[in-house]
Design a protein around this ligand. Structure first.
Ligand code: HMG
Ligand code: MG
Length: 308
């Protein structure tokens, strides 16, 4: 009989990629001073985050919120053992990220043609061709590259996306040499069975330990989707402190699963994250205060209430 509380088939630890400073802040309407971004990144590292997507090097016309990317990278006080990464859509972005001191970069494609055109102004195929020189330059520079696939369950313009479409794009990123492929439910419409079906299709070609889950929490299903992916053997998850964020090209989509919610879930399961939940909640409350709102994270709000 299975023992209650036994960690059957769950990993001993997971890797968390903190995307709040990028995925979170890219969607803010108000201007955020560079020093606040820098302090956020430093507080995340102090809470134990070891992989932090600090900014993106994209067109400032498209994402003005992160136009101070190089200043942010240059100003952060680096904590030992922390990887500070950047999202890069093309060679120009890669070169700028490298010059600013990014340790790692991420390229991003979509499983939906319409989203690809809205987000990066080209077809899926053109985007893959655009990433070739990025991969070659990264290889020369000894920089590892992560790959994202967006709209892995649904697209704001096309509706449901077939798992085979996700698998095709993930495979291309894998063949190009991405060391890890993050599967993005950009608009947060996934539910556990649907997510498992998608992962099963992708994992037919790519080892599951090289896949990551990136679940936006629009419908409140992100934690359930993490658990569903965990059951499938996925051990890397993206999350955003205080649940910040969304994508300007995915109207109405909420931020990623809040990092506090992910850590709370893993603490409850006895799965190690390396993150100090108390310090993370401090960080969530601090950035929410700077943005003059409550954290969307239920865990952050509940733990804040117990402190009163
Ligand atoms: P384009 O119009 O095809 O390219 O855009 P272009 O070469 O004609 O350039 C357009 C303008 O951008 C030009 O400036 C370029 O100089 C400039 P202008 O002449 O108009 O003044 N430009 C750049 N500037 C700075 N850095 C660069 C750069 N490249 C061009 N690297 C492009 C193509 C990809 C550049 C554009 O569409 C773009 O930047 N898109 C990024 C959109 C974005 O960041 N979206 C959010 C991130 S994706 C996401 O959130 C999803 C994810 O979280 C996963 C998930 O949730 O599923 C990752
Ligand atoms: Mg995202």
């Amino acid at each position: 009989m299975t023992q209650v509380g036994a960690n059957k088939d769950l990993p001993a630890r997971i890797k968390i990629v903190e995307v709040g400073p990028r995925d979170g802040l890219q969607n803010e309407t108000r201007e955020i001073p560079t020093c606040v971004k820098v302090e956020l990144i430093e507080k995340l590292a102090e809470a134990g985050c070891r992989f932090i997507e600090a900014s993106s090097f994209v067109s400032p016309g498209k994402i003005p919120q992160l136009a101070d990317n190089a200043q942010v990278f240059r100003a952060i006080r680096r904590a030992p053992g922390v990887v500070y990464s950047a999202l890069t859509p093309n060679l120009r972005g890669f070169e700028a990220a490298l010059a600013a001191g990014a340790d790692e970069v991420a390229i991003f494609a979509s499983a939906s043609e319409s989203f690809s055109r809205k987000n990066i102004d080209c077809s899926i195929e053109e985007s893959i061709a655009r990433f070739e020189p990025v991969m070659a330059a990264a290889q020369r520079a000894g920089v590892v590259v992560r790959g994202y696939v967006s709209c892995v369950v649904g697209c704001p313009y096309e509706g449901a996306i077939k798992p085979a479409a996700v698998s095709n794009v993930a495979r291309k990123l894998d063949e190009m040499g991405c060391y890890e492929i993050s599967l993005g439910d950009t608009i947060g419409v996934g539910t556990p069975r649907r997510v498992q079906e998608m992962i099963e299709t992708v994992a037919a070609n790519i080892a599951v330990d090289r896949l990551a889950g990136h679940f936006h929490d629009t419908y409140g299903m992100a934690a359930a989707n993490v658990y569903a992916a965990l059951e499938m053997g996925v051990g890397v998850f993206d999350a955003s402190v205080a649940g910040l964020g969304g994508c300007p090209y995915a109207p109405g989509a909420a931020g990623n699963l809040a990092t506090e919610d992910l850590v709370w879930l893993m603490n409850g399961l006895g799965v190690e994250t390396g993150i100090d939940l108390d310090r993370l909640v401090d960080c969530a409350l601090w950035i929410s205060g700077r943005l003059e709102r409550q954290p969307v994270s239920r865990v952050a709000r509940a733990l804040a209430a117990t402190r009163l």
